[in-house]
Design a protein around this ligand. Structure first.
Ligand code: SAM
Length: 381
């Protein structure tokens, strides 16, 4: 096969919005079938989310009132529905003493998200006897959450899980460099970490500003994203992302060695992803100024993979599971960069190969999750 030439469509903002989505459908490597680690995260932080709602949401609805919430970067699959059910149930419990509003849930994500599969999973609002089986009405809203997506003062609650670490683009200065490192690491030249942090700052500030305009007075927001405990940016401090980046780099390198892609193709790939620490997020929230921090912390110790043990003889199966998880997250972006389905398949076979050999390294990886409950400040319009 002739070595593929560089054609970077994965680095800039306009292009990324059309390739960033998780893998749709219900196949073996779809996000819907490979997001159990994310579901564990949603379940682990549920008490923090519910506590925040009970302690901070004070609304009084009149007859005919509507409670509106939006899930930003909702993705597709069971996780999305669990989030909606959790929030609606918590608010219903909070409001038992007063007039119950109707609930509207907006599922929001990039246009590439598989909304069709998501809506096919939704239980019908009523069963054949007319009894309510779903406690909310729903709609999809497409677009980048770094921009305004809703009317002013229209949302009571905003949620985002496992999405805000994705950037709108690879930082411009990083796009110029040629490096075998797909992400911030100790081997990266100076300035790369600062460029990623700056990009995260720009994106996250835009997210806060847009939500502040959309949320009603007294409204709240709960976010969870992959964070990091460390002050430094070295690969080893990036937990699961550092390890995933190593998988991607290994696959690129293997394809170069086999003459399938050029070295330039490998070195022009960068992940639009940043894991912030508490200090970084806190300083952005304070500087942007629209939200008060009710609580913010790093939740550590969760396994990055559903399996904690791989028995002898199960290594290849484990490798395939890891490759499928990486396909669910990165296939769209990798295929857009490689520009060829066949080569993309080869790429993920390399990841399966590496994961089956190095499974012990993978099993020890933990996720460091950054969670924050924010409340819109009174003086903000
Ligand atoms: C890992 S999935 C998380 C899905 C779901 N919230 C969960 O916890 O399972 C990340 C989602 O964020 C979405 N996303 C990334 N950047 C986005 C942006 N700028 N605007 C809207 N959605 C975005 C992706 O398309 C993807 O569906």
């Amino acid at each position: 096969m002739e070595a593929l030439k560089s054609q970077s469509v994965t680095q800039s903002k306009a292009a990324l919005e059309f390739v960033l989505g998780m893998k749709g459908g219900n196949g073996d490597s779809s996000y819907a079938n490979n997001s159990s680690p994310q579901l564990k995260i949603i379940q682990a932080v549920k008490p923090i989310l519910e506590h925040g709602i009970y302690e901070n949401m004070r609304f009084k609805f009149d007859v005919g009132g509507i409670f509106r919430m939006a899930d930003f970067g909702c993705g597709t699959g069971q996780n999305t529905l669990v989030v909606a059910d959790t929030i609606v149930s918590a608010v219903q419990r909070l409001l038992t003493e007063q007039e119950m509003p109707e609930f509207e849930v907006y599922f929001t994500d990039l246009p590439t998200n598989d909304f069709n599969s998501l809506f096919q999973m939704l239980p019908p609002p009523r069963d054949k006897n007319g009894v309510a089986t779903r406690s909310y009405l729903s709609a999809a809203v497409c677009g980048s959450h770094f921009t305004r997506l809703f009317a002013r003062n229209s949302l009571h609650f905003c949620h985002s899980s496992m999405s805000l670490h994705w950037l709108s683009q690879v930082p411009e200065s990083v796009q110029q460099r040629r490096s075998p490192r797909a992400y911030v690491s100790s081997e990266c030249e100076e300035g790369v970490a600062a460029a990623y942090l700056h990009q995260f700052d720009t994106n996250f500030s835009s997210f806060l500003k847009a939500r502040a305009e959309e949320i009603v007075e007294g409204g709240c927001m709960f976010i969870s994203l992959i964070g990091r405990n460390a002050d430094t940016h070295i690969m080893e401090d990036q937990g699961v992302l550092g390890y995933s980046a190593r998988h991607l780099e290994y696959a690129f390198e293997a394809l170069v060695m086999e003459g399938i892609i050029t070295k330039e193709k490998w070195e022009s790939f960068n992940l639009p992803w940043f894991n912030p620490n508490l200090k970084e997020v806190e300083s952005i929230v304070k500087r942007e100024g629209s939200f008060a921090i009710v609580s913010m912390k790093i939740v550590g110790g969760m396994n990055a993979h559903p399996t904690t043990d791989v028995k002898k003889g199960e290594e290849n199966m484990f490798g395939r599971i890891v490759a499928n998880q990486h396909r669910a997250l990165f296939e769209n972006i990798v295929e857009a960069h490689l520009g060829c389905k066949k080569v993309t398949n080869e790429f993920f076979l390399k990841i399966a190969e590496r994961a089956s050999i190095q499974f012990e390294e993978y099993l020890s990886k933990k996720i460091e999750l950054l969670v924050a409950f924010l409340k819109k400040k009174k003086d903000k319009q």
